[in-house]
Design a protein around this ligand. Structure first.
Ligand SMILES: NC(=O)C1=CN([C@@H]2O[C@H](COP(=O)(O)OP(=O)(O)OC[C@H]3O[C@@H](n4cnc5c(N)ncnc54)[C@H](O)[C@@H]3O)[C@@H](O)[C@H]2O)C=CC1
Ligand SMILES: O=C(O)C1=N[C@H](C(=O)O)C[C@H](O)C1
Length: 262
């Protein structure tokens, strides 16, 4: 059985991941971690009644659980330090938290190599999102004029979303750094044209009722193409998280994207 600890278990994704680990017979939930936790045992929480696992609210204390895998769905500010901590202690990170910079990822990959520990940082664990990004990359060869509209629930901390940033990186690998729109355009209200990644505009919508959605909109002469992905339930991320937990121990590098393990 693979020994797993879930960091951020009091949050929306962390709680979903905790249920996922409990449901899979080849996984053992050895602990859960969240600085806001006041319980000692997971079973004290109504939605986990009857499911026993130690609860930690201090980072160092989690080592007592001896996890092999560190699932992280926390906050951008904490996830870099958590991932570093996991690697330093030979624990394989499976990280869904977004907000990592390219430098953060590069430094953590170097640490993973040095420690000979495999892991994964993925801004999106849903298969439809991975396909949406790959189809968009393909389309950018023929339609280099493109904008991204990402739409999320209004509790999200980071903008643009990790998925939108990764999509923009993948588009840039094909279309290069190319400005779009009228070279003389002026924003009457600052921000009207959205964020700018290598000339691709990214628009972030935050509304109650949404979970996670993204539209990649291409324009050509007299035609358009829209590639859209919708998340209706956070359960959709769990197939990818479980797959990563089963595969990362067999690697000795820290991958950046679920596609490397599919
Ligand atoms: N990769 C993917 O497929 C997905 C990634 N996400 C990302 O996952 C992250 C979490 O999202 P939600 O669950 O919606 O957020 P949330 O706000 O519901 O949960 C975050 C949890 O992290 C806890 N936390 C704060 N500091 C911590 C620390 N130092 N160590 C451990 N836990 C800590 C908070 O107390 C909270 O319970 C976000 O960055 C989000 O963008 C969300 C959905 C899918
Ligand atoms: O915060 C979320 O909810 C999500 N965050 C990830 C991101 O920033 O791309 C993945 C998904 O979009 C849900």
């Amino acid at each position: 059985m693979t020994k797993i600890l879930v960091a951020g278990f009091k949050g929306r994704m962390g709680a979903t991941a905790t249920h996922m680990v409990l449901k899979n017979a080849d996984f053992e939930l050895v602990g859960v971690y969240d600085p806001i936790a006041t319980e000692k045992d997971l079973a004290e929480i109504t939605e986990f009644a009857g499911q026993h696992a130690p609860v930690f609210n201090q980072l160092e204390a989690t080592l007592a659980a001896k996890p092999e895998i560190w699932i992280d769905f926390t906050i951008p500010k904490a996830a870099v330090a958590n991932t570093q901590f996991a690697l330093e202690h030979q624990i394989s990170p499976v990280v869904g938290t977004t907000g990592f910079t390219a430098d953060d990822i590069k430094n953590l990959q170097a640490l993973a190599k040095q420690q000979k520990v495999g892991g994964l940082i993925a801004p999106n664990f849903s298969l439809s999102a991975v396909l949406m990004m790959q189809f968009s990359k393909q389309a950018a060869k023929y339609f280099p004029d493109v904008e991204i509209i990402e739409m999320h629930h209004d509790n999200k901390l980071d903008a643009p979303s990790g998925t939108a940033i990764k999509t923009a990186e993948m588009l840039a690998a094909v279309r290069g750094d190319k400005p779009q729109g009228n070279p003389d355009e002026k924003e009457s209200i600052p921000g009207a044209r959205g964020a700018n990644y290598a000339g691709v505009r990214i628009h972030s919508v935050r509304l109650p009722g949404l979970i996670a959605h993204q539209q990649v909109q291409f324009g050509g002469i007299g035609e358009g193409l829209t590639i859209r992905q919708d998340t209706y339930d956070r359960e959709s991320f769990m197939t990818g998280v479980a797959l990563a937990c089963r595969k990362v121990r067999a690697t000795d590098q820290l991958y950046d994207g679920l596609e490397y393990l599919l």
